[in-house]
Ligand binder design. Sequence first.
Ligand SMILES: Cc1cc2nc3c(=O)[nH]c(=O)nc-3n(C[C@H](O)[C@H](O)[C@H](O)COP(=O)(O)O)c2cc1C
Length: 331
Amino acid sequence: MTVEKITDEATPITAGQADYLISLAARAPSVHNTQPWRFTVSTDAIELHADLRRRLGVDLAGREMLISCGAALFGLRLAVRSLGYQPVVELLPEPGRLRLLARVRLGAAAPVTALERKMLEAVPHRHTHRGPFQPGPLPAGLLAGLQHDAVAEGAVLAVVETERADGKLADILAGASRRQDADPVARADVRRWSRDAGDRARDGVPAQAFPAVPGREAGRLPQRDFDLGRGFGLLTGDGSPAEVTAVLLTGGDGRADWLNAGQALQRILLHAASKWVFASLHTQPLEAATIRSLIKTRLALPGSPQMLLQLGVARTTQATARRPARELIDP
Ligand SMILES: Cc1cc2nc3c(=O)[nH]c(=O)nc-3n(C[C@H](O)[C@H](O)[C@H](O)COP(=O)(O)O)c2cc1C
């Protein structure tokens, strides 16, 4: 999907279109389903802002918040494509306004491609997969396609190929996850953003989406503990380990890189979901800068690690709730 340069004339955006565009953007994944985004709508542009009240306590720099908002930005761009326009995007358009992340306009008319259509169809069933995968490889050619998606968004999807590299990663993560599960700030974040079965909240991680005891099986990276021993988690089931472990990297490690990582993430996840391939995300250890640089060095990665993914085939969907567009728009 190409992004156009700015021209003087932009197509007006109707209120109905703005609602549709924002609803689709808001289906993006976000850390702990915090949905840390706000939008403003003018006659010819939608602006995406970070919502600092929804930033995690462990995320002081806002890295995970901006990756989440980047994922929403990709959804906004894809939604613009579905209306038959090229999105015109200004990233971080006013350096003095830190919360303003992007301004998106409708550019030249251009028909939706077959892949974009498939990604749009995947939006409702794309989900973060914490349960078992089905046995069997990823569809032929998909991994190369996902790697191409990452590059198109200014990122790299590095596959952890050898058993040795996988072992090194698992070792680093095992120690880091145990320490972080015990960290009081991380635990307070999980308490604020995880929900028990009766909760009607339209944000946070619902009990149906996580197990009571986080999966630590062989072949799977350690999962974040959303339950904290409360017995909320309802997710169960046996299955195969994921087929592919991958790290999403960016060249730099600043605000624009985090937004690009988020755009790459949502593009990869939607493309994969269009083939019924889903990802579990294991980013808790990446919250510590020391662990991120350790992973980069020990695995000799050509960039800064932003997300850890495990990809596999599944036939289930676990869509989580979102707040409606009208609750996300500022006057
Ligand atoms: C930056 C970021 C970090 C995330 N980290 C984790 C994680 O460590 N463990 C996990 O299970 N899910 C993680 N997720 C997935 C979110 O919990 C998930 O997107 C959110 O709950 C919404 O659910 P959905 O993706 O199924 O729509 C992360 C998502 C993002 C964008």
